[in-house]
Design a protein around this ligand. Structure first.
Ligand SMILES: [Zn+2]
Length: 436
C-alpha cells in the first residue's frame, strides 16, 4: 500500500542521516574503538513525529485553517500547488467515503506540504466534526480514508446550589451549559425549570467527552439528585433492552404521560388565571392557558403522544395546533409563526415532537406560545395536574436495578451540596480554568 511505502521512504531518510554521522564518528582518528552502534538505540522513536491524525509528518510543513463562507475545495487547495485535475481526482476517489463538495464553513482543515523547494501537497485533512476527519493522501495516486480521534470519557460528580438559574450555577462551577439541557430533559416530567428557586440544589454524576485535553461534549447522565422546593427528585439511568431511561429510587419511570411544558427553555409570561388584565383587549378576563415567552422561531413540542385535531389559523388564536392525546386529555398551542413540516389534521405526533414554531400571530403582543390544556373537556391549569408515570421497571430487572441504584444513591447522598469539580475516579483531574 502506498501509505506504507511513504512511511518506509521517510524511515529511510531518518536512518540515512544518522548513519552518515555514525560513519564519520567511527572514522575519526581517536574513535572510541569497538563501541557498537545499535541502530535501534540511535534512532530514538521520538524522532518520528506523528500528528493528531496519526500521520507521520517529519519533513512536512503544516498549514492549518478553517473553511470560510462559500469556500470550495478548489479555493482552499489551488493556492497550494494543487491542480484542477488533482481536485477532480479527490472528488472521484472519495466517492462513497465522503462528499468532498460538501465541505462546511467553520470546519477545520490541515494541509501538509513537503519541506523542499517544490512544496508539493502531500496531505489534506478535513475535519467533519470534533471527532471525525477525512484524510486525502497525495502520492502517485490519491488515497482517501476516514479516521476518528480517540474519545475518552471521564466521569464526574458535581453539585451546586441555585442562585438564579441552572445555567448560571453550572457556569459558575465551570460545567458546560449542555448539562443544563440534559437535566431539563431528564426531569422534564418532574421539575418545572421555569420555577426553580434560590436554594434548590442538585448533584449530578455524568460523563464528559474529551479528545486529548479538549472537552468535546457531555456524555451520559449516570444519575442525579435535584432538590426542588425541599423535595428530593432522584434520577438513575438504566438500560433495558437497548433503551435507556431514567427511574426514581423506587424503579418508577421519570417519564410521565406529559411534558411539563411545550418549550425547552423560556419564561412564563402569563400564568393560568380566572381573571387577568388582557394586554391587547385592555379588559379583565379569564386566561385559561399558560403563556411561555420565547423568541420567534423557537420550536414548540407536543407535550404528549396524540393525534392532531386542528392545525389552522383563526383571528384570535393565530396559527394554532390542537392535539388530542387520549379520551381524557387535549392540548392546544397558539400564536405560532408557522407549523412544523407535515403537521396537519389527522397526523399522529409523539411526545416531544416539534409541531410548530413560536410567533405572534393572532391576538398577541409579542412572540409567545399560549398553551392550553383540557382534562375531560374542561380547561385546567396543567401545572397543577398530577400526571401518571410511564411504565416502571419490570419485575425481572428490579433486583439488579435496586442493587446498582443503592450504590449510586449512596455516592450522591455522601456528596456535599457545594463542591468544586469533585473527581469521582482517582484519574480524573479537576480542571478549574477550563472554559467550556
Ligand atoms: Zn395565553
Amino acid at each position: 500500500m502506498l501509505f506504507f511505502e511513504k512511511i518506509k521512504k521517510n524511515y529511510l531518510l531518518l536512518f540515512a542521516i544518522p548513519a552518515v554521522l555514525i560513519y564519520l564518528v567511527i572514522l575519526l582518528p581517536d574513535c572510541r574503538g569497538r563501541e557498537t552502534f545499535d541502530e535501534e538505540s540511535i534512532i530514538d522513536s521520538s524522532d518520528v513525529v506523528t500528528d493528531e491524525y496519526g500521520i507521520e509528518i517529519t519533513a512536512l510543513t503544516e498549514i492549518k485553517g478553517k473553511v470560510k463562507n462559500n469556500q470550495t475545495l478548489s479555493d482552499i487547495l489551488l493556492p497550494f500547488n494543487a491542480s484542477h485535475e488533482l481536485i477532480s481526482g479527490m472528488l472521484s476517489n472519495s466517492k462513497g467515503i465522503f462528499d468532498a463538495r460538501k465541505i462546511i464553513s467553520g470546519n477545520n482543515y490541515t494541509l501538509y506540504l513537503t519541506n523542499d523547494s517544490l512544496q508539493s501537497l502531500n496531505y489534506f485533512i478535513y475535519e467533519t466534526g470534533p471527532i471525525d476527519y477525512v484524510v486525502f493522501e497525495f502520492t502517485d495516486s490519491i488515497n482517501v480514508w476516514q479516521g476518528s480521534r480517540e474519545v475518552t470519557t471521564k466521569e464526574r460528580i458535581i453539585s451546586g446550589k441555585i442562585e438564579s438559574s441552572l445555567y448560571r450555577t453550572l457556569n459558575n462551577i465551570n460545567v458546560s451549559d449542555l448539562l443544563a439541557l440534559r437535566l431539563s430533559e431528564v426531569y422534564a416530567w418532574q421539575i418545572d425549570f421555569y420555577r426553580i428557586q434560590k436554594g434548590d440544589y442538585f448533584k449530578v454524576i455524568f460523563e464528559e467527552k474529551y479528545i486529548g485535553e479538549k472537552f468535546v461534549g457531555i456524555g451520559r447522565v449516570i444519575a442525579a439528585q435535584f432538590n426542588h422546593w425541599g423535595n428530593d427528585f432522584y434520577a438513575f439511568g438504566y438500560e433495558i433492552e437497548d433503551k435507556r431511561e431514567f427511574f426514581d429510587e423506587n424503579g418508577k419511570s421519570l417519564r410521565k404521560a406529559f411534558l411539563q411544558a411545550p418549550l425547552k427553555f423560556s419564561r412564563i409570561s402569563s400564568s393560568y388565571s380566572n381573571r387577568r388584565f388582557h394586554p391587547v383587549l385592555k379588559t379583565y378576563r379569564a386566561h385559561l392557558g399558560t403563556d411561555y415567552a420565547a423568541p420567534t422561531g423557537t420550536p414548540i413540542m407536543s407535550v404528549g403522544d396524540g393525534v392532531v385535531l386542528e392545525a389552522k389559523y383563526s383571528s384570535n388564536n393565530g396559527n394554532y395546533v390542537k392535539v388530542k392525546h387520549n379520551s381524557v386529555y387535549t392540548t392546544q398551542y397558539l400564536h405560532m409563526s408557522r407549523f412544523a413540516k407535515g403537521i396537519k389534521q389527522g397526523v399522529r405526533v409523539s411526545q416531544g415532537e416539534v409541531i410548530g414554531y413560536v410567533g405572534s400571530t393572532g391576538l398577541a403582543t409579542g412572540p409567545h406560545v399560549c398553551f392550553r390544556f383540557w382534562k375531560n373537556g374542561v380547561q385546567v391549569d396543567h401545572r397543577k395536574e398530577k400526571f401518571p408515570s410511564a411504565h416502571p421497571i419490570a419485575g425481572e430487572y428490579l433486583a439488579e436495578f435496586q442493587s446498582r441504584m443503592v450504590h449510586i444513591k449512596n455516592i450522591l447522598d455522601k456528596t456535599p451540596v457545594e463542591i468544586e469539580l469533585q473527581p469521582l475516579a482517582s484519574e480524573i483531574k479537576a480542571e478549574s480554568n477550563r472554559k467550556l
